[in-house]
Write a protein that binds this ligand. Structure first.
Ligand SMILES: *Cc1c(COP(=O)(O)O)cnc(C)c1O
Length: 383
């Protein structure tokens, strides 16, 4: 059996080494390191893949979220609602811009924002909602878009963990996550479903004016060379990263399919056990498809009951089986984001999940014998 890794970037690279190396060497030959043709080419391909008018590449996913909020003109004091159970980047940029983060509890089944609780925290200072498609599972966009419309709020989708996932509305319309709200933000961090060889990110929007505004913000607020109309930032996807992504994008569906197959195998092996709750597959769908919801399993995250999670984690460590606890502490308990307005009673699900979740190795190169080995060790421990 091959050594089990949480994420196996080497095996993935080896399969497309020729394509990737060529693309990267071309950038070096041309010396077009910033804003080279590869950046445009990747941008165009991603626009087609997502079926969106504008992709604006930037330096990383955290920047993408920040730039989205700058592009929407959110101002200090504006309240931005997001989930208490996410990577800190989501709430970090809200706080950095001196906006007020308002954290909301999640659903136990999907780990995504609870829309009933979301609606209860809306007031006249609320300006935007940031749903996170956590672990690759689409949030309830039907409900979120309807709440946003009713209260005239912007929607910024944090799509860092869900590129390639889709969401089907009751009308039958199916859209890729990240393209449903006013803006989508994503990350190309190496371990994400579509990863480059360093840092990278992008914004998505169908709004021409917003796209124009954002293209200026990522480049020091310049719309005409050395004319600075708004305060911007320096946030670029460099050409080497774009070359890698340009070569990898055609493989994204097959990478996501491999993740779904691995998830299916895990679930087949682990379901029906008393002390494990396996993750919900979006709407029961187990495929990459263009006409239903699909979950792209950035993480395969199970819940371990009866306070056995930490012991299981230690057991896996002893066996050198990698695993992760995403996330061990609710954001409202982090010193940086603590507010006296929050009460633990507001977040029973987040608090429970922080004590129960454990994520198992998940990537496009997982092999059946590795999955079987991991599941056998979990089952024998819980017996
Ligand atoms: C990875 C991630 C980000 C940040 O992306 P970076 O490219 O690392 O800045 C933001 N939100 C979520 C949910 C993420 O998983």
């Amino acid at each position: 059996m091959k050594k089990i890794q949480m994420v196996d970037l080497q095996s993935q690279y080896k399969k497309i080494k020729g394509e990737v190396d060529n693309a990267v060497l071309n950038v070096m030959d041309d010396a077009t390191f910033i804003n080279g043709p590869k950046v445009k080419s990747f941008q165009k391909k991603l626009e087609e893949y997502l079926n969106i008018k504008h992709v604006i590449p930037c330096a990383n996913g955290t920047d993408a979220l920040q730039i989205a909020m700058m592009g929407l003109n959110l101002m200090p004091g504006d309240e931005v609602i997001t989930t208490n159970f996410t990577f800190a980047a989501t709430v970090e940029v809200i706080a950095l811009l001196r906006l007020t983060p308002v954290l909301v509890d999640v659903e136990l089944e999907t780990f995504n924002i609870d829309c009933d609780k979301l609606e209860k925290v809306i007031n006249n200072r609320t300006k935007a909602i940031v749903p996170v498609h956590l672990f690759g599972q689409p949030a309830n966009m039907e409900k979120i878009m309807s709440i946003a419309k009713k209260h005239k709020l912007f929607v910024i989708e944090d799509n860092a963990q869900a590129i390639g996932a889709s969401y089907k509305f009751k009308s039958g319309l199916t859209m890729k996550t990240g393209t449903i709200g006013d803006i989508g933000a994503t990350s190309f961090f190496p371990s994400k479903n579509l990863g480059c060889f360093g840092d990278g990110g992008a914004l998505f929007t169908n709004n021409d004016d917003l796209a124009h505004k954002i293209r200026g913000i990522v480049n020091h607020g310049m719309y005409k060379r050395y004319h600075h109309d708004v305060v911007g930032v320096n946030s670029r996807l460099d050409s080497v990263q774009a070359a890698v992504l340009d070569a990898k994008l055609p493989h994204l569906n097959s990478y996501n399919k491999s993740r779904q197959n691995a998830a299916k195998k895990y679930t087949e092996s682990l379901q029906g056990l008393d002390e494990i709750i396996t993750p919900k597959f979006a709407n029961g769908c187990l495929e990459i498809c263009d006409n239903c919801h699909c979950h792209v399993f950035h993480q395969y995250t199970i819940r371990i009951l009866n306070n056995k999670r930490d012991d299981l984690a230690k057991h896996l460590s002893d066996l050198q089986i990698p695993h992760g606890i995403y996330y061990p502490i609710p954001l409202h308990k982090q010193s940086a984001y603590f507010s006296k307005n929050y009460k633990d009673d507001d977040f029973p699900n987040t608090i429970l999940l922080c004590d129960q979740v454990i994520s198992l190795p998940m990537h496009s190169e997982l092999e059946d014998d590795q999955i079987n080995f991991i599941c056998e060790k979990i089952k024998s421990f819980l017996k």
